[in-house]
Write a protein that binds this ligand. Structure first.
Ligand code: 13P
Ligand code: SF4
Length: 343
Protein backbone atom coordinates (compact mmCIF):
# COMPACT_ATOMS: atom_id res chain seq x y z
CA UNK A 1 0.00 0.00 0.00
CA UNK A 2 1.05 3.63 -0.36
CA UNK A 3 1.12 3.99 3.42
CA UNK A 4 3.46 1.05 3.79
CA UNK A 5 5.70 2.36 0.98
CA UNK A 6 5.84 5.79 2.66
CA UNK A 7 6.95 4.14 5.90
CA UNK A 8 9.68 2.20 4.09
CA UNK A 9 10.90 5.34 2.33
CA UNK A 10 10.91 7.28 5.63
CA UNK A 11 12.86 4.49 7.36
CA UNK A 12 15.47 4.34 4.59
CA UNK A 13 15.82 8.13 4.52
CA UNK A 14 16.24 8.24 8.31
CA UNK A 15 19.06 5.70 7.97
CA UNK A 16 20.78 7.59 5.13
CA UNK A 17 20.35 11.11 6.60
CA UNK A 18 22.24 13.87 4.77
CA UNK A 19 24.05 11.31 2.60
CA UNK A 20 21.13 11.34 0.19
CA UNK A 21 19.42 14.10 -1.80
CA UNK A 22 16.22 13.34 -3.72
CA UNK A 23 15.46 15.68 -6.63
CA UNK A 24 12.09 15.61 -8.39
CA UNK A 25 11.18 17.27 -11.67
CA UNK A 26 7.87 19.15 -11.76
CA UNK A 27 6.45 16.48 -14.13
CA UNK A 28 6.94 13.60 -11.71
CA UNK A 29 3.88 12.01 -10.21
CA UNK A 30 2.54 13.00 -6.77
CA UNK A 31 3.77 9.78 -5.11
CA UNK A 32 7.30 10.69 -6.22
CA UNK A 33 7.45 14.47 -5.64
CA UNK A 34 6.10 13.98 -2.13
CA UNK A 35 9.44 12.37 -1.29
CA UNK A 36 11.66 14.93 -3.03
CA UNK A 37 13.88 17.33 -1.07
CA UNK A 38 13.64 19.75 -3.97
CA UNK A 39 11.07 19.97 -6.76
CA UNK A 40 11.89 22.17 -9.74
CA UNK A 41 12.45 22.80 -13.42
CA UNK A 42 15.48 21.52 -15.32
CA UNK A 43 17.56 24.59 -14.53
CA UNK A 44 16.75 24.70 -10.81
CA UNK A 45 17.44 20.99 -10.39
CA UNK A 46 20.81 21.31 -12.12
CA UNK A 47 21.67 24.12 -9.68
CA UNK A 48 20.57 22.02 -6.69
CA UNK A 49 22.72 19.14 -7.92
CA UNK A 50 25.72 21.46 -8.41
CA UNK A 51 25.34 22.93 -4.90
CA UNK A 52 24.82 19.63 -3.06
CA UNK A 53 27.42 17.73 -1.02
CA UNK A 54 25.25 14.62 -0.69
CA UNK A 55 27.07 11.38 -1.47
CA UNK A 56 24.00 9.96 -3.25
CA UNK A 57 21.80 12.12 -5.51
CA UNK A 58 18.62 10.35 -6.62
CA UNK A 59 17.25 12.14 -9.67
CA UNK A 60 13.55 11.54 -10.24
CA UNK A 61 13.42 12.76 -13.81
CA UNK A 62 14.75 11.62 -17.19
CA UNK A 63 18.16 10.44 -18.39
CA UNK A 64 19.48 13.76 -19.71
CA UNK A 65 18.74 15.41 -16.35
CA UNK A 66 20.59 12.69 -14.40
CA UNK A 67 23.54 12.94 -16.81
CA UNK A 68 23.70 16.70 -16.24
CA UNK A 69 23.55 16.19 -12.48
CA UNK A 70 26.44 13.71 -12.76
CA UNK A 71 28.49 16.31 -14.67
CA UNK A 72 27.75 19.01 -12.09
CA UNK A 73 28.46 16.94 -8.97
CA UNK A 74 31.91 15.95 -7.65
CA UNK A 75 33.62 12.65 -8.46
CA UNK A 76 32.86 11.28 -4.98
CA UNK A 77 29.12 11.82 -5.46
CA UNK A 78 26.89 9.39 -7.37
CA UNK A 79 23.70 10.15 -9.26
CA UNK A 80 20.95 7.51 -9.60
CA UNK A 81 17.98 7.38 -11.93
CA UNK A 82 15.14 5.28 -10.46
CA UNK A 83 14.25 3.95 -13.95
CA UNK A 84 16.81 3.55 -16.73
CA UNK A 85 13.86 3.55 -19.18
CA UNK A 86 13.13 7.22 -18.49
CA UNK A 87 14.51 8.70 -21.70
CA UNK A 88 13.09 11.87 -23.23
CA UNK A 89 12.18 11.15 -26.88
CA UNK A 90 13.14 14.70 -27.87
CA UNK A 91 16.71 14.13 -26.67
CA UNK A 92 16.87 11.14 -29.05
CA UNK A 93 15.90 13.37 -32.00
CA UNK A 94 19.36 14.96 -32.14
CA UNK A 95 22.01 12.35 -31.50
CA UNK A 96 25.58 13.60 -31.45
CA UNK A 97 26.68 11.34 -34.33
CA UNK A 98 23.82 12.57 -36.48
CA UNK A 99 24.52 16.24 -35.68
CA UNK A 100 28.21 15.70 -36.29
CA UNK A 101 27.53 14.34 -39.77
CA UNK A 102 25.13 17.22 -40.54
CA UNK A 103 27.40 19.95 -39.20
CA UNK A 104 29.39 20.50 -42.40
CA UNK A 105 26.12 20.90 -44.38
CA UNK A 106 24.87 23.44 -41.85
CA UNK A 107 28.04 25.52 -41.73
CA UNK A 108 28.32 25.40 -45.56
CA UNK A 109 24.74 26.61 -45.99
CA UNK A 110 24.91 29.51 -43.52
CA UNK A 111 27.11 32.57 -44.11
CA UNK A 112 29.53 33.32 -41.26
CA UNK A 113 30.25 31.50 -38.00
CA UNK A 114 27.51 29.22 -36.66
CA UNK A 115 27.37 28.62 -32.90
CA UNK A 116 25.47 25.51 -31.76
CA UNK A 117 23.17 25.72 -28.74
CA UNK A 118 21.60 22.60 -27.40
CA UNK A 119 18.58 22.51 -25.16
CA UNK A 120 19.20 20.74 -21.86
CA UNK A 121 16.97 17.99 -23.29
CA UNK A 122 19.87 16.29 -25.09
CA UNK A 123 22.50 13.68 -24.25
CA UNK A 124 25.91 14.53 -22.84
CA UNK A 125 27.75 13.79 -26.09
CA UNK A 126 25.71 16.45 -27.91
CA UNK A 127 26.44 18.90 -25.10
CA UNK A 128 30.15 18.07 -25.58
CA UNK A 129 29.82 18.62 -29.34
CA UNK A 130 28.33 22.08 -28.70
CA UNK A 131 31.14 23.08 -26.33
CA UNK A 132 33.75 21.86 -28.82
CA UNK A 133 32.14 24.02 -31.54
CA UNK A 134 32.06 27.16 -29.40
CA UNK A 135 28.52 26.74 -28.08
CA UNK A 136 26.64 25.96 -24.91
CA UNK A 137 23.56 24.45 -23.26
CA UNK A 138 20.37 26.26 -22.27
CA UNK A 139 17.08 25.40 -20.61
CA UNK A 140 13.70 26.93 -21.33
CA UNK A 141 14.33 29.49 -18.57
CA UNK A 142 17.52 30.94 -20.09
CA UNK A 143 17.27 30.28 -23.85
CA UNK A 144 17.15 34.02 -24.67
CA UNK A 145 20.33 34.71 -22.68
CA UNK A 146 22.04 31.77 -24.43
CA UNK A 147 21.01 33.15 -27.86
CA UNK A 148 22.46 36.55 -26.93
CA UNK A 149 25.66 34.92 -25.69
CA UNK A 150 26.04 32.99 -28.96
CA UNK A 151 25.10 35.87 -31.27
CA UNK A 152 27.69 38.09 -29.61
CA UNK A 153 30.33 35.51 -30.55
CA UNK A 154 29.14 34.30 -33.96
CA UNK A 155 26.92 35.26 -36.88
CA UNK A 156 24.19 32.65 -36.40
CA UNK A 157 22.83 30.13 -33.91
CA UNK A 158 22.00 26.51 -34.71
CA UNK A 159 19.45 25.43 -32.10
CA UNK A 160 18.96 21.75 -31.23
CA UNK A 161 16.82 19.67 -30.81
CA UNK A 162 13.56 21.61 -30.13
CA UNK A 163 12.40 23.64 -33.12
CA UNK A 164 9.48 25.10 -31.16
CA UNK A 165 11.55 26.37 -28.23
CA UNK A 166 14.07 27.68 -30.79
CA UNK A 167 11.42 29.50 -32.82
CA UNK A 168 9.54 30.84 -29.79
CA UNK A 169 12.75 32.18 -28.26
CA UNK A 170 13.94 33.80 -31.51
CA UNK A 171 10.52 35.30 -32.17
CA UNK A 172 10.30 36.83 -28.68
CA UNK A 173 13.73 38.40 -29.33
CA UNK A 174 12.54 39.95 -32.61
CA UNK A 175 14.45 37.39 -34.70
CA UNK A 176 11.40 35.56 -36.11
CA UNK A 177 11.94 36.72 -39.68
CA UNK A 178 15.60 35.62 -39.59
CA UNK A 179 14.80 32.12 -38.29
CA UNK A 180 14.57 29.07 -40.56
CA UNK A 181 14.00 25.36 -40.12
CA UNK A 182 16.70 23.61 -42.09
CA UNK A 183 17.05 20.07 -43.41
CA UNK A 184 20.82 19.57 -43.56
CA UNK A 185 20.43 16.61 -45.95
CA UNK A 186 18.24 18.37 -48.52
CA UNK A 187 19.90 18.56 -51.94
CA UNK A 188 19.84 22.31 -52.10
CA UNK A 189 19.88 24.82 -49.30
CA UNK A 190 17.05 27.31 -49.36
CA UNK A 191 18.30 30.83 -50.23
CA UNK A 192 17.16 32.29 -46.91
CA UNK A 193 19.34 29.86 -44.94
CA UNK A 194 22.48 31.74 -45.96
CA UNK A 195 21.34 34.93 -44.21
CA UNK A 196 19.62 33.27 -41.26
CA UNK A 197 20.43 34.32 -37.69
CA UNK A 198 18.82 31.20 -36.26
CA UNK A 199 18.75 27.73 -37.85
CA UNK A 200 16.42 25.18 -36.27
CA UNK A 201 16.94 21.43 -36.02
CA UNK A 202 13.74 19.47 -36.57
CA UNK A 203 13.06 18.07 -33.08
CA UNK A 204 10.03 18.54 -30.86
CA UNK A 205 8.34 17.35 -27.67
CA UNK A 206 5.63 14.80 -28.41
CA UNK A 207 3.65 15.96 -25.36
CA UNK A 208 3.65 19.73 -25.96
CA UNK A 209 3.23 19.41 -29.73
CA UNK A 210 -0.23 18.02 -29.14
CA UNK A 211 -1.58 21.35 -27.90
CA UNK A 212 -3.25 23.43 -30.61
CA UNK A 213 -4.47 27.02 -30.97
CA UNK A 214 -8.03 25.56 -31.01
CA UNK A 215 -7.43 24.18 -27.51
CA UNK A 216 -6.59 27.72 -26.36
CA UNK A 217 -9.70 29.17 -28.06
CA UNK A 218 -11.95 26.48 -26.52
CA UNK A 219 -10.43 26.93 -23.05
CA UNK A 220 -10.91 30.70 -23.24
CA UNK A 221 -14.53 30.18 -24.22
CA UNK A 222 -15.11 27.93 -21.19
CA UNK A 223 -13.20 30.25 -18.80
CA UNK A 224 -13.34 33.77 -20.29
CA UNK A 225 -11.45 35.52 -17.47
CA UNK A 226 -8.68 32.96 -17.14
CA UNK A 227 -4.96 33.52 -17.74
CA UNK A 228 -3.44 31.00 -20.16
CA UNK A 229 0.12 29.91 -19.37
CA UNK A 230 2.01 27.47 -21.60
CA UNK A 231 5.46 25.90 -21.89
CA UNK A 232 7.69 27.18 -24.75
CA UNK A 233 7.93 23.66 -26.18
CA UNK A 234 4.39 24.29 -27.50
CA UNK A 235 3.81 25.18 -31.17
CA UNK A 236 4.29 28.88 -32.04
CA UNK A 237 0.56 29.43 -32.63
CA UNK A 238 -0.18 28.10 -29.12
CA UNK A 239 2.45 30.38 -27.58
CA UNK A 240 1.07 33.33 -29.55
CA UNK A 241 -2.46 32.62 -28.29
CA UNK A 242 -1.31 32.31 -24.63
CA UNK A 243 -0.89 35.12 -22.07
CA UNK A 244 2.29 33.80 -20.42
CA UNK A 245 4.98 31.41 -21.71
CA UNK A 246 7.75 29.94 -19.62
CA UNK A 247 9.54 27.00 -18.06
CA UNK A 248 7.82 24.77 -15.55
CA UNK A 249 9.19 27.10 -12.82
CA UNK A 250 7.52 30.10 -14.52
CA UNK A 251 4.29 28.13 -14.80
CA UNK A 252 4.45 27.42 -11.06
CA UNK A 253 5.15 31.10 -10.29
CA UNK A 254 2.17 32.19 -12.41
CA UNK A 255 -0.15 30.07 -10.29
CA UNK A 256 1.57 30.98 -7.00
CA UNK A 257 1.25 34.70 -7.81
CA UNK A 258 -2.43 34.45 -8.85
CA UNK A 259 -5.08 36.23 -6.77
CA UNK A 260 -7.54 34.11 -4.77
CA UNK A 261 -10.39 33.02 -7.04
CA UNK A 262 -8.36 33.59 -10.22
CA UNK A 263 -8.58 31.00 -12.99
CA UNK A 264 -5.40 29.76 -14.71
CA UNK A 265 -5.36 27.45 -17.74
CA UNK A 266 -2.11 25.51 -17.90
CA UNK A 267 -0.65 24.06 -21.12
CA UNK A 268 1.94 21.56 -20.04
CA UNK A 269 2.45 17.98 -18.85
CA UNK A 270 -0.57 16.86 -16.85
CA UNK A 271 1.21 15.91 -13.61
CA UNK A 272 2.35 19.50 -13.04
CA UNK A 273 -1.18 20.75 -13.74
CA UNK A 274 -2.51 18.32 -11.12
CA UNK A 275 0.17 19.35 -8.58
CA UNK A 276 -0.75 23.01 -9.05
CA UNK A 277 -4.43 22.25 -8.59
CA UNK A 278 -3.61 20.34 -5.38
CA UNK A 279 -1.11 22.89 -4.03
CA UNK A 280 -3.34 25.95 -4.60
CA UNK A 281 -6.82 25.51 -3.11
CA UNK A 282 -7.66 29.19 -3.70
CA UNK A 283 -6.82 29.23 -7.45
CA UNK A 284 -8.89 27.51 -10.17
CA UNK A 285 -6.35 25.54 -12.20
CA UNK A 286 -7.50 23.91 -15.47
CA UNK A 287 -5.58 21.78 -17.96
CA UNK A 288 -5.37 23.41 -21.42
CA UNK A 289 -6.78 20.30 -23.01
CA UNK A 290 -8.96 18.38 -20.60
CA UNK A 291 -9.96 15.70 -23.13
CA UNK A 292 -6.54 14.28 -23.93
CA UNK A 293 -4.17 13.32 -21.16
CA UNK A 294 -0.92 15.17 -21.85
CA UNK A 295 1.19 12.68 -20.01
CA UNK A 296 4.95 12.28 -20.61
CA UNK A 297 5.68 8.58 -20.97
CA UNK A 298 9.37 9.15 -20.19
CA UNK A 299 8.71 10.93 -16.88
CA UNK A 300 6.09 8.30 -16.04
CA UNK A 301 8.73 5.54 -16.05
CA UNK A 302 9.85 6.68 -12.59
CA UNK A 303 7.67 4.66 -10.27
CA UNK A 304 7.66 5.34 -6.51
CA UNK A 305 8.43 1.66 -5.94
CA UNK A 306 11.70 2.13 -7.86
CA UNK A 307 12.55 5.09 -5.64
CA UNK A 308 11.97 2.85 -2.62
CA UNK A 309 14.19 0.17 -4.16
CA UNK A 310 17.07 2.61 -4.80
CA UNK A 311 16.86 3.98 -1.23
CA UNK A 312 16.67 0.55 0.43
CA UNK A 313 19.54 -0.70 -1.74
CA UNK A 314 21.70 2.20 -0.57
CA UNK A 315 20.90 1.29 3.05
CA UNK A 316 22.03 -2.27 2.25
CA UNK A 317 25.26 -0.91 0.73
CA UNK A 318 24.26 -1.72 -2.87
CA UNK A 319 24.22 0.76 -5.73
CA UNK A 320 21.81 0.35 -8.66
CA UNK A 321 21.02 2.56 -11.64
CA UNK A 322 23.97 4.90 -11.23
CA UNK A 323 24.40 7.31 -14.14
CA UNK A 324 27.95 8.13 -15.17
CA UNK A 325 28.87 10.15 -18.21
CA UNK A 326 31.79 8.66 -20.15
CA UNK A 327 35.13 10.29 -19.40
CA UNK A 328 35.59 10.94 -23.13
CA UNK A 329 32.74 13.44 -23.26
CA UNK A 330 32.40 14.55 -19.63
CA UNK A 331 34.92 17.41 -19.67
CA UNK A 332 33.50 19.11 -22.79
CA UNK A 333 29.88 18.50 -21.77
CA UNK A 334 30.61 20.15 -18.43
CA UNK A 335 32.08 23.18 -20.23
CA UNK A 336 28.76 23.55 -22.13
CA UNK A 337 26.81 23.34 -18.86
CA UNK A 338 29.13 25.71 -17.00
CA UNK A 339 28.74 28.27 -19.79
CA UNK A 340 25.00 28.12 -19.17
CA UNK A 341 25.33 28.39 -15.39
CA UNK A 342 27.60 31.42 -15.88
CA UNK A 343 25.10 33.25 -18.12
P1 13P B 1 11.62 22.65 -17.74
O1 13P B 1 13.04 23.04 -17.91
O2 13P B 1 10.68 23.79 -18.04
O3 13P B 1 11.39 22.03 -16.40
O4 13P B 1 11.24 21.59 -18.87
C1 13P B 1 11.74 20.30 -18.93
C2 13P B 1 11.00 19.47 -19.86
O5 13P B 1 11.32 18.35 -20.11
C3 13P B 1 9.86 20.08 -20.51
O6 13P B 1 9.23 19.22 -21.33
FE1 SF4 C 1 10.90 15.12 -23.12
FE2 SF4 C 1 8.58 16.31 -23.62
FE3 SF4 C 1 8.74 14.48 -21.71
FE4 SF4 C 1 9.88 16.90 -21.39
S1 SF4 C 1 7.68 16.44 -21.55
S2 SF4 C 1 10.80 14.91 -20.88
S3 SF4 C 1 10.59 17.28 -23.51
S4 SF4 C 1 9.05 14.14 -23.92
Amino acid sequence: SEKERNQRIAAARAELGDDVLVLGHNYQRREVVEHADEIGDSYQLSEYAAASDAEHVIFCGVTFMAESADLLTDDDQTVYLPSMEASCPMAGMAEALQVDSAWQHITDAVDGDVIPITYMNSYADLKAFCAEHGGLVCTSSNADAAFEWALSRGDAVCFLPDKHLGWNTANAMGLGSQTVEFDPWADEADGEVADADVVLWNGYCQVHERFTAEHVAEARESHPNATVVVHPECRPEVVEAADVTGSTATIRETVTDADPGEAIIVGTEIHLVNHLDRWHDDVDVYPLCGDACMDCNAMRQVDPNYLTWILESLVAGEEHNSVRVDDGVAASAKVALDRMLDL
